[in-house]
Design a protein around this ligand. Structure first.
Ligand SMILES: [Zn+2]
Length: 261
């Protein structure tokens, strides 16, 4: 018996089956134009032996594996870096966005650890480092998720990640979700939603220890946040732009072999 399927139903099925490409960006670890060395990101520990670039990379690698396992919604997951990047070549934040566009990813998640200083700040909120160096505030603590201002899909992604981010650290502010024009989470090209996760403050011993001891749990939580976001926003993500992969509604039937004819 033939089953009639309306074009609307076919469209809905196509959205139901569409799977998403995600780029995970472990922050830092690239060449810094100020020092020409590898940018370690924020530092923590008695001898500043813990580097943001290493912790975020460890979490990113597990996050990638866990997300890849969600094959009903995920097409592919890529890391912007698998180690330190470059050999003297200058790398800038734009390179991370270009990478996501090359992979045709509609979602980009950038992983970071936070740091605060006791120094005075300039109008942009940046630390004015006094002579003799940066004075790190080891008491600042908490988790945050950031999105680009005025982007509804990014706000939904950030909110979904924060809802799943249950590591028992203080959630900063009322919701833990903030907006700022960070370059790396700009919406451009194939990117439809992006978020920057500050997993905790690396100079703070409790935050740092919780993150280091719970890398796999964190990867589970971020996976849950991203997957829940995709399920709730499939129609917006699975438009006709690049960056999504639609499975065929009706896979072609196998060609009959000669002896079956
Ligand atoms: Zn960072």
């Amino acid at each position: 018996m033939a089953i009639n399927v309306s074009p609307e139903q076919q469209g809905a099925d196509s959205v139901q089956k569409c799977r998403i490409i995600v780029v995970i960006d472990p922050g830092h670890g690239d060449h810094n134009d100020k020092t020409s060395g590898v940018d370690p990101g924020a530092l923590g520990g008695p001898n500043m032996e813990f580097k943001e670039k290493d912790i975020v990379l460890d979490v990113a690698k597990v996050f990638k594996q866990k997300l890849e396992a969600k094959t009903d919604v995920i097409e592919a997951v890529y890391l912007t870096r698998e180690g330190d990047v470059g050999s003297g070549e200058l790398k800038k934040l734009q390179w991370r966005l270009d990478f996501a566009n090359e992979k045709k990813a509609p979602i980009l998640v950038s992983l970071h650890m936070n740091s605060a200083c006791k120094c005075p700040r300039n109008a942009k909120g940046q630390c004015i480092v006094p002579k003799g160096g940066h004075i790190v505030d080891t008491t600042a603590n908490g988790k945050e998720v950031w999105c680009y201002p005025g982007k509804a899909q990014s706000k939904s992604l950030a909110t979904s990640i924060m809802a799943a981010f249950t590591l028992p650290l203080k959630r900063r502010g009322q919701t833990g979700v903030f907006e700022r024009e960070f370059r790396v989470i700009k919406i451009e090209g194939t990117i439809k939603a992006s978020a920057l996760i500050e997993m905790g403050f690396i100079p703070n011993e409790n935050d740092r220890t919780q993150v280091i001891n719970n890398k796999s749990a964190l990867a589970d939580q971020f996976t849950e946040g991203v997957v829940n976001y995709i399920i709730a926003n499939r129609a917006a993500l699975c438009g006709d732009d690049a960056g999504t992969v639609k499975l065929p509604d009706n896979p072609p039937l196998p060609r009959p072999r000669p002896k079956d004819l």
